[in-house]
Write a protein that binds this ligand. Structure first.
Ligand code: KMH
Ligand code: ZN
Length: 275
């Protein structure tokens, strides 16, 4: 089995401190959380950022501030910027962090109901973001919430908008999209090319179950407050690093080695851009 790549989705776009006081929001808080998650074994930090008033942002400048703050801690993790942003944002707005030519970025490959909202990823939006990533040498990770999103991703590959190593993230359990079951996970794994990498992001309490399955069968795992704010039933995670540390412990018990950022870059086909 390849080494296990753990992604920490430390903040998300929808949460607030009222929902969990442990949510990192400011660049300083984000940097501390990213460093702690990396120290526990996360090779990838999935990053959203906020305006000073706490509202979700895809501003190039806000991303720059947060990324600089993370790097200044000595954290060497791959920083994966979001191009999903928050629902209702335009494609142009969502592409803000791509101007920084980051190493890694999400590319959402289909529309879904997202709680009470609709998260729109039309072909035009997907193609615009994919092209910008290609031009900037940014490795995309396909965010897949439904099986059809795999077909959309492969259409981008056929059109030459995505080349090289393919990486998928199966986000299961969003209210309005595919349910977070092991059966669904296996179905999605069967639908991607054999040589592609995959990660699973289970929403809520299914984060642990699906993450555990991925550890056993050779996939990768995303954990973090964006997907799940609890450590156990009714107990909030006090830091994203607690969720990372638990996956590392499970991996150790099953003799699965955890990838460091350099190993993860090699597996994911990511060009290192930091000295
Ligand atoms: N906030 C969600 C609407 C991504 O980061 O690419 C989209 C999202 C996916 O979080
Ligand atoms: Zn996200």
């Amino acid at each position: 089995m390849k080494k296990l790549i753990i992604t920490a989705a430390i903040q998300g776009a929808e949460l607030t401190k009222e929902i969990t006081p442990y949510l990192p929001v400011t660049p300083e808080e984000v940097a501390i959380e990213a460093k702690r998650a990396w120290e526990e074994g996360a090779a990838v930090i999935h990053l959203h950022v906020r305006e000073p008033d706490g509202s979700p942002s895809q501003s190039t400048e806000r991303y720059r501030e947060n990324i600089d703050a993370i790097i200044s801690t000595g954290c060497d993790a791959i920083i994966q910027v979001s191009t999903g942003g928050a629902v209702h944002m335009t494609a142009q707005e969502r592409g803000g962090p791509l101007k920084l030519k980051p190493e890694y970025a999400t590319l959402n490959t289909g529309s879904i109901n997202f709680g009470q909202d609709v998260f729109i990823n039309s072909v035009a939006i997907m193609e615009e973001l994919a092209l910008e990533m290609k031009k900037g040498g940014v490795r995309p990770e396909f965010e897949v919430y439904e099986e059809g999103h795999i077909h959309n991703a492969m259409a981008l590959v056929r059109k030459g908008l995505v080349t090289g190593q393919l990486n998928f993230d199966f986000v299961l359990g969003v209210p309005g999209a595919m349910a977070p079951t092991v059966k669904n996970l296996f179905h999605l794994i069967d639908a991607i090319p054999h040589e592609a990498n995959w990660t699973v992001s289970g929403i809520g309490r299914d984060e642990l179950i699906l993450g555990g399955v991925a550890v056993f069968i050779g996939g990768n795992v995303r954990v973090g407050m964006e997907d799940n704010i609890y450590y156990s039933k009714g107990v909030l995670a006090k830091s994203n690093s607690e969720l990372v540390a638990r996956i590392v412990r499970i991996a150790k018990e099953f003799d699965r080695d955890v990838a460091n950022p350099a190993e993860a870059r090699s597996i994911l086909g990511i060009e290192r851009k930091r000295a």
